[in-house]
Design a protein around this ligand. Structure first.
Ligand code: ZN
Length: 505
């Protein structure tokens, strides 16, 4: 595959070579060095990703995962900071100094109930009911670290000025950390970021990619009374919850078609003959833009006020999470696409393709096998889901990069997605992912024109929609999130740890 990449790389240069043959050759040599570093460290990279798979840690509890990444990156020469912005599992690593500064942004958290025996096509948890990686975030750790290490080697060899950084933000699955990272100023001196995520293909994109989300928990406080003897003395906090729900339903007819709102009642009373003094309802409001989501959210606040007024209760609102839609730069996307086209998809074996087909069949999905072609550059349809890395993309120009370590047709957040993250398919996808990522970071470090264009694009967007943080001034990160669950399952999960000490060299 190495020679294939050189051939494709030179092919790309012949197009550009008309103007800049020497620069182009130098760029190719740098990227080839990065590819050599990645090929040499392929087993170390997948040892990182596989270790994270078995840690299977939920958001804010990524203690084993961040410890392994911190140790690995420090041994590889990086400076690290663990625990910044008030979150014990927030890991930042960097190498180099000054500008330009390019950061890889990604996450490593697992999902509740996701424990699965890798390679098993039937439902077979490693540990019953335990968390596990059913979105493949474990692969992000290996790819980001190894790509950053390859970039460092290239920077050292070629005296390229600047800084390469990695931000492993906690609890992406609960949209819980990135607004805090932005508020803490992590991206103030960063020139561009590349947001990394597993997928079933090698791809980038540009434009607004997904939805804004605001999540808050409303707790109503009333007064208990006997349900039969003196209900008139009670103030029913669960009535307030119900009225809030009905109030929002009345609003639904008058909302934009782009709006999404969903809720769950988290405290619904004690027993029927006790008028409840506490009721709680947890809301998500989403829309295609944050200002639009905020308009609906402000109406939701008024509905809570009305529900309290009608029931004589009081209430408080606790901010739970928020996310701006991810906004990706076209200029950075174009730079990444060139590397996607150069690196190309992995060479799957017939066995791997057949195994993917067998799995698709057993999961009752279309039997299409593995992707063999990279995705051409294009704007993607805006998805209604959200990712808290969106906030970062409104304060620093951002690109996105997906790599092919997942099986086509298998949706994340479902146990089937936990079957392949440690397979040879995932491993090969990680290699092309790390190469594409390293080459793209090298391009950003050495292309002031691309950084400039991306900055102009973001400034144009910000003129139309100014960024504001949804964080209340006194909001603190929810560091207790998932703590009880991890404490419950970790002792059993520990038996499956792979106990490797990856070393990038
Ligand atoms: Zn994800």
């Amino acid at each position: 595959m190495r020679f294939d990449v050189i051939r494709r790389g030179v092919g790309l240069c012949m197009v550009l070579g008309v103007m800049l043959p020497l620069v182009c050759r130098a760029a190719d040599e740098r990227k080839q060095l990065a590819f050599d570093v990645i090929d040499r460290n392929a087993e170390q990279m997948t040892a990182i990703s596989d270790s994270l798979y078995y840690f299977g840690e939920l958001g804010m509890q990524e203690f084993e995962s961040t410890k392994l990444l911190k140790d690995t990156l420090e041994a590889a020469g990086f400076r690290t900071e663990l625990g910044g912005a008030g979150m014990p599992t927030n890991l930042w690593a960097e190498w180099g100094s000054g500008r330009p500064k390019i950061a890889i942004v990604t996450e490593i958290d697992a999902l509740p109930g996701g424990s699965q025996t890798p390679g098993e096509f039937g439902r077979k948890p490693l540990v019953k009911d335990a968390p596990g990686h059913m979105e493949g975030h474990n692969t992000h750790g290996g790819v980001a670290s190894t790509a950053a290490f390859a970039v460092k080697e290239v920077m050292q060899r070629n005296n390229i000025p600047g800084t390469i950084a990695i931000s492993f933000g906690p609890a992406e699955e609960q949209l819980a950390s990135r607004p805090f990272l932005v508020r803490a100023g992590y991206f103030k001196d960063v020139d561009a970021v590349i947001y990394l995520h597993i997928r079933d293909t090698l791809q980038t994109g540009f434009g607004v990619q997904n939805y804004a989300a605001i999540s808050s928990i409303f707790t109503f406080h009333g007064k208990t009374a006997h349900g039969a003897i003196n209900p008139w003395d009670g103030k029913d906090a669960v009535d307030a919850v119900e009225l809030m729900d009905i109030g929002f339903d009345k609003l639904r007819e008058h909302l934009r078609p782009t709006t999404r709102a969903h809720r769950t009642i988290t405290i619904g009373g004690i027993q029927p003959n006790i008028i409840p003094d506490k009721g709680q309802i947890w809301w998500f409001v989403r829309d295609a833009s944050m200002p639009a989501a905020k308009v609906t959210y402000d109406k939701l606040l008024k509905i809570a006020e009305g529900a309290a007024l009608m029931t004589g209760t009081s209430y408080d609102v606790q901010y739970a999470a928020s996310a701006w839609p991810q906004l990706f730069s076209r200029a950075i996307g174009e730079a990444i696409q060139k590397n996607i086209d150069m690196v190309g998809m992995p060479q799957w074996t017939e066995e791997e393709n057949q195994r993917a087909k067998d799995f698709q069949k057993s999961a009752e999905k279309p039997v299409v096998g593995l992707q063999t072609k990279v995705t051409p550059l294009g704007g993607r349809a805006q998805a209604a889901s959200s990712n808290d890395s969106g906030d970062i993309s409104w304060v620093v120009p951002a690109g996105s990069m997906n790599f092919p370590s997942a099986i086509p047709g298998i949706e994340a957040h479902e146990w089937h997605a936990g079957v392949f993250p440690t397979s040879s398919i995932s491993h090969k996808g990680q290699v092309v992912g790390a190469k594409t990522l390293a080459a793209s970071v090298i391009d950003l470090l050495t292309s002031p024109d691309v950084l400039q264009k991306a900055r102009v694009e973001l400034d144009e967007q910000l003129k139309k929609t100014a960024y504001f943080s949804l964080l209340p001034p006194d909001a603190a990160p929810p560091v207790e999130l998932n703590q009880a669950d991890m404490e419950k399952y970790r002792p059993e999960m520990r038996k499956f740890y792979v106990n490797k000490t990856p070393r990038l060299q």
